[in-house]
Design a protein around this ligand. Structure first.
Ligand SMILES: [Zn+2]
Ligand SMILES: [Zn+2]
Ligand SMILES: [Zn+2]
Length: 157
């Protein structure tokens, strides 16, 4: 169990290091003296991002906020992948609960509100929404789609 948790954390840690560090950083963040997300000076609980040869650090608050975003997205995604009701686009309270938990992490993680990747509209609270992931531009995207839009090439992602 311990090994699995460590591996999962390592995977999410790499995702955050690769995709969530802003392209433009202030000088203090480039030298590892400040958090790459909020620019506060580093402290003893800050996290070294990858690759470890480059001094890039995130403060505990910013880091855990982003980690919560990833963990809740993957929890929701795993549920939808394995739930018959969600797969059949029926109302599922567990699936909706995972969505709500994930949406609570969006603000603290400085993420944009969900937009359907197919119709490019923001889903309302009562729309059925599913998490979808895809790869493009040599990177991984974790996003959302209306359940009704998520068919064909977006199905079962
Ligand atoms: Zn920070
Ligand atoms: Zn479900
Ligand atoms: Zn849509």
């Amino acid at each position: 169990m311990t090994v699995q948790i460590a591996e999962e954390l390592a995977r999410l840690h790499r995702l955050m290091s690769w995709y969530d560090v802003p392209q433009q950083l202030p000088a203090t963040a480039l030298t590892g003296e400040a958090c790459v997300w909020c620019s506060t000076p580093v402290g003893s609980t800050d996290v070294q991002l990858e690759p470890t040869e480059i001094p890039r650090r995130g403060c505990a608050g910013c880091y855990t906020a982003r980690l919560a975003w990833y963990v809740s997205w993957y929890d929701w995604h795993l549920h939808v992948q394995t739930c018959t009701a969600c797969q059949q686009r029926q109302v599922c309270y567990v699936g909706h609960g995972r969505r709500v938990l994930h949406e609570l992490t969006i603000g603290p993680a400085d993420r944009d509100a969900p937009v359907c990747i197919v119709c490019v509209k923001a889903p309302s609270a009562v729309d059925l929404v599913v998490p979808v992931r895809w790869e493009g531009d040599a990177r991984l995207y974790l996003g959302y789609a209306h359940a009704g839009c998520a068919s064909g090439r977006w199905a079962a992602r």
